[in-house]
Design a binder for this molecule. Sequence first.
Ligand SMILES: Nc1ncnc2c1ncn2[C@@H]1O[C@H](COP(=O)(O)OP(=O)(O)O)[C@@H](O)[C@H]1O
Ligand SMILES: [Mg+2]
Length: 250
Amino acid sequence: MKTIAIMNQKGGVAKTTTCINLAVQAALKGRTLVIDMDEQANLSRQFGVKEPETTIREALLGEKFSPVNVRENLDLIPSSTDLVGIESRLFNELSRERKLEKALKGLKKDYDFIFIDCPSNTSLVTVNALSCSDYVILPIKAEIFSIEGIDHMINFIRMVRDNINDKLSILGIVITQWDERLNVGKDVMDKIKEQKWDTALFQTRIRKNTAVSASQLHHQTIFEYDRKSNGAQDYTALGYEVLERINNHK
Ligand SMILES: Nc1ncnc2c1ncn2[C@@H]1O[C@H](COP(=O)(O)OP(=O)(O)O)[C@@H](O)[C@H]1O
Ligand SMILES: [Mg+2]
């Protein structure tokens, strides 16, 4: 069983999109759970889950919760705006960084893969996600501003690893919304090489592709919406790379 968090403190970098499309591919290989930890609940909405009986909030509070089945072999722990304010609820609790880990204890044996969609911040919720993960995938948008946050994120991940979860490692950085016609792409690549992050980079870049955003409007995965699209091809390639890295890491 492997747990993979999709994390970046910036919004709009394709965390949710990447999480969905990696999870549905993993579900072709084994039982998969996807966890929405963002109070914006975009991922839950994408799967058409609107008013779930229980959410990640109950899980974090140590209350009863049950994942919902969203596709063959794929379950979801949904989120909702109920998650707003969870930080202050957990603040006085012991081991507040390990609430998710505790909630998943009885469930982990049921799954081969768990994917966690993190919120766009480095809050206690994100710490909970990283505390029970084996790997982190960092999606970054091909923009110079995105690059500037990588240092901060890597330090944050190290801090969680050194203090809470020593099995945590960065599986890779994936460039999303790539547009080869823009020069900024080249600047981003140069900067990545300069900082020596290129060894962590996945070879696959997710190209900017209108089918990706259109699929979300239709509440479909990119594979259901248009399996021939660039988006579907790129996410397939990324899925293979992710599994390969996990297998090589064992
Ligand atoms: N490869 C892509 N091509 C075009 N649009 C994309 C692509 N990836 C993501 N998007 C769009 O970018 C927006 C932000 O993506 P999202 O996954 O919600 O980011 P995050 O979860 O990091 O905030 C969404 O509207 C999504 O449809
Ligand atoms: Mg998101």
